[in-house]
Design a protein around this ligand. Structure first.
Ligand SMILES: C[S@@+](CC[C@H](N)C(=O)[O-])C[C@H]1O[C@@H](n2cnc3c(N)ncnc32)[C@H](O)[C@@H]1O
Length: 372
């Protein structure tokens, strides 16, 4: 983009804004309201046809079909680790009845990376609506509203989403802030509801998958135990098997406790009694979901790994492989959401190394190109 001072005039203004040492004075440039990108003043007359400068955000390339980010923002968004704790917010107490809810602002961040204003976002395992709320936040805290559709088979969670939105908007009105848009939460099984979604009509599928039944029972137990434990406590088991898993660590913060379906007692027991059944079920479902996703869309999936039976269960890798081998998609990235505010619970000490799970994986898939 920049030329290095070969006399063509690009970035020529930067040379007028040097300090005593002859280095570029970005602070002075900012004071004078000149656009600065990568440490140099932008000569906006020199941008290519397909570029324009967005005040305070940098250069936007109109060929960008992935998101609304400027080059500078895009560069930041390619970071493979999101190191961010999301303090309890957005009617957290209400949402935490679920136990596997995701922070809406983390969802908004991902929606901003993988969609454009006006796009359609689908969450087939919507829970209490982290994705839907995130899509609404994009209107006020991002580049514009996305339309979101959620499927959720437990009616209680759909009711909580509605309640969260109502309470949140009441508070926003009282603060004089604009309301969050109501998104479409549909009650039912995603395997049925996906049939009502047109092919290629979804730009981003963002979801957080349910775990299999065996773990739901385990998670309920572990979450209860963890709730009682204190930071710094040593829950030691001489065998070095804490019985813990990623979910155990997820009891604080904006509680992506991915106890997943811990609070959910119905459903998949027979369908997904083992890990292999669960992987097969997810692979089949994502194969069908992919039909709904536009060719230049993305499929983004939260999945936590676990520690179980004295070994690390690489669920994210297993799930990525299962989905890729069934659905016509390619894994483009594994992002890591690291929550630095998570409490640590030490299980193996002093006998065995058991990881404290303070991260979750976010698998990013792209639909494969077809010949059509
Ligand atoms: C991990 S949670 C998602 C939590 C969500 N991200 C949030 O912020 O609340 C997975 C959800 O999928 C739902 N679920 C599981 N199987 C389903 C199915 N076949 N159809 C629709 N929803 C399903 C569960 O009830 C659960 O609420």
């Amino acid at each position: 983009m920049a030329d290095e001072g070969d006399g063509t005039g690009k970035h020529r203004q930067s040379r007028l804004l040097t300090d005593d040492d002859g280095t570029f004075d970005a602070e002075r440039a900012r004071d004078e309201s000149l656009p600065v990108e990568d440490g140099e003043v932008i000569d906006t007359d020199d941008l290519a046809e397909h570029q324009h400068y967005v005040e305070g955000r940098g250069i936007y390339d109109e060929r960008n079909r992935v998101n609304d980010l400027t080059g500078k923002e895009w560069k930041y968004a390619t970071k493979s680790v999101i190191a961010e704790g999301y303090p309890p917010a957005v009617q957290h107490d209400l949402r935490s009845e679920h136990g596997g809810q995701k922070p809406p602002r983390l969802c908004a961040e991902l929606i901003g990376r993988f969609s454009k204003a006006g796009d359609t976002v689908l969450d087939p395992f919507a829970g209490v609506g982290g994705t839907l709320l995130g899509a609404s936040f994009c209107e006020h805290e991002g580049t514009g509203l996305r339309d979101a559709i959620g499927f959720e088979r437990t009616e209680r969670w759909t009711e909580i989403y509605a309640q969260v939105l109502e309470c949140e908007n009441e508070e926003r009105r009282a603060r004089g802030e604009p309301e969050l848009a109501t998104q479409e939460m549909r009650h039912g099984d995603c395997a049925d509801l996906i049939e009502e979604v047109d092919d290629d009509s979804v730009d981003l599928l963002l979801t957080d998958v349910p775990y299999w039944h065996m773990d739901e029972l385990e998670q309920t137990r572990n979450v209860n135990e963890t709730r009682e434990s204190k930071l710094g406590s040593f829950d030691v088991d001489e065998a070095g098997d804490s019985g813990t898993e990623a979910e155990d660590e997820e009891v604080t913060g904006d509680e992506a406790e991915f106890a997943g379906d811990a609070a959910e007692t119905t459903g998949d027991a027979a369908e997904t009694a083992t890990k292999d059944d669960w992987l097969a079920d997810m692979a089949t479902k994502f194969d069908r979901f992919t039909d709904a996703v536009a060719p230049d869309g993305h499929i983004v999936v939260f999945i936590g790994d676990m520690y179980r039976d004295q070994s690390y269960k690489f669920l994210s890798a297993d799930l990525a492989r299962a989905i890729e081998s069934t659905a016509p998609v390619t894994l483009a990235a594994n992002l890591v959401w690291y929550d630095p505010t998570k409490d640590l619970h030490v299980y193996g000490y002093p006998f065995s190394f058991v990881p404290s799970m303070v991260h979750q994986n976010i698998l990013v898939f792209r639909p494969d190109e077809t010949d059509e």
